[in-house]
Design a protein around this ligand. Structure first.
Ligand code: SF4
Ligand code: F3S
Length: 119
């Protein structure tokens, strides 16, 4: 079991998730988007990162919404060429709110559920 950062992080990179991870498994990448991804081999399934993300970009691997399931494999591949990040940084200048992301998803016809609220 691991956790997956989805495209919702792309161009936002708030990095609140990085600060709570007890095992430092977040890596920044620049392609295909400026964002972070998780090293699934290091993640200990603690779930701490999920609720810290202001744009709900992180999902348990078995709960990733269908439009973002490609990110399960992408996290696994892309962290290898990424840069380990251990501390929170300023969000990217292009960061937007969850509401703005949800509006764009609807415009593109994507059906994206939010992570379960009870964790
Ligand atoms: Fe780190 Fe825990 Fe999130 Fe895995 S679930 S990436 S160990 S904070
Ligand atoms: Fe990205 Fe959310 Fe972390 S926007 S950097 S997954 S806090």
């Amino acid at each position: 079991m691991t956790w997956v950062v989805t495209e919702r992080c792309g161009g936002r990179r708030y990095t609140d998730c990085v600060d709570v991870c007890p095992v430092d498994c977040f890596y920044t990448i620049d392609q295909p988007y400026q964002m972070v991804v998780i090293d699934p081999g290091t993640c200990i399934d603690c779930s701490l990162c999920e609720t810290t993300c202001p744009v709900n970009a992180i999902y348990r691997d078995k709960e990733v919404p269908e439009p973002y399931q490609v990110w399960i494999e992408r996290n696994e591949k892309l962290f290898k060429s990424g840069t380990l990040i251990k501390k929170k940084q300023d969000p990217l200048p292009t960061a937007v709110t969850l509401e703005e992301i949800q509006t764009r998803e609807k415009e593109f016809g994507l059906v994206v559920h939010e992570p379960p609220p009870d964790r």
